[in-house]
Design a protein around this ligand. Sequence first.
Ligand code: NAD
Length: 438
Amino acid sequence: MRIAVLGLGYVGSVSAAALAAREQDVIGVDTVAAKVDEVNAGRSPVLEPGLESLVRRAVSSGRLTATQDAGHAIRQSEVSLICVGTPSAPNGSLSTIAVERAVSTIGEALRSGTERHTVVVRSTILPGTSEELLIPLLEATSGRRVGRGLGYAVNPEFLREGSSLLDFENPAKTVIGASDPESEEIVGRMYAGSTGTLVGLSVRAAELAKYVDNAFHALKISFANEIGAICHAHELDSHEVMRSFFADTRLNISAAYLKPGFAFGGSCLPKDIRALIYASRRRDLELPLLESILPSNERCISRIVDTITALGRRRVGILGLSFKDNTDDLRESPFVELSERLLGKGYELRIYDPNVAMARLVGTNRAFIDERLPHLSALLAGSAEDVLRSSDVCIVGAGSPETLAALAHSNGHTIVDLVRLPDAETRRGEPGYIGVAW
Ligand code: NAD
């Protein structure tokens, strides 16, 4: 493959040298003459372990050259890899000026030719940047249409400075969000032989994927540091405490609890977070991350209240009341909170939860329901069908088989799905269906 790499910073110079080492013909492009000269002299333009010798070998093999003449590099190539910077603008927004310039340069270079060309964006860009800004710009400057001899893909970069070459050789994943199958195939071919999972996404999803990873990495570090501060205040060695944390690869170091959905509740999480924060405050510890958890959870409930308000329909049914499936525990259930808020706003509510219905008859929660939630107790229906019959909007908070069976016969309801129903993917985008996070 002949590849033009635009931008010879950390990402571009690693990609250029590593692709050349895999026997691709790479032309690196940068607007800064010194970076181009460094590469052509067989030296790395950035400091990165192992890169200097890789650049030297790639240049002496003739597989890697560099130029300031972007047009020439692009016309010589099948693929343009955009690796230019996307720094923060002074107001915190993302500056796309360099990517826009790179795209315009590519478009103008392609205007005169007819050969297929694929534009691949490695730079980090926010969702929508391609569809709303870069693809229209590419089409306008090239005079071609994406999908017709012109391919486009977002291929975010997950390398870490300091171990970029190792990460390139052994990636956890390669993410490709392509505008068409041929572009996806071409980008996949560029990384042929790479280990790790190949994740094919839409262009927009690929754009966001990089931010999700970085947000989580930052969250993990801040979480660990706040736990460290708590341990320190208790004269504990945090590394010893975290041995217990790391030992749980089922709930802690895993995909558990990472599927977006509705608020948490129950008798443990809210209580324990409150206690930890209270105890920490008494030790004069500020823990902004941990302190933001309950307000963040509360926002999940507010968003649903706002969704219902915006619908403007007064008869609301709720399927599910306990804090999660397969329990009748109502303590700190977010559905109880949601119901109370809607009730307070004057909605006509009907609620059904098979576990709570049982608990009402025989369970240990009977007294809790009668004493603490008499206002909700009066709204409990005998079946999911009853709820559907007396509502126009149905909030699905439990995925029991009975609920699913009843929903199959819903008629004209707006379904607000908090559990990701089994057919959520096909329902998405349909009128009368609102997914909480999809
Ligand atoms: P960088 O600032 O080190 O390098 C960008 C290079 O692009 C510079 O050499 C600049 O001169 C050049 N450039 C600017 N406009 C150009 C143009 N029109 N044509 C050719 N060259 C041009 O940036 P970086 O750290 O390599 O990051 C590049 C992108 O990758 C950013 O979007 C960044 O967020 C993302 N990213 C970076 C890392 C990282 O570890 N640095 C990791 C993942 C993703």
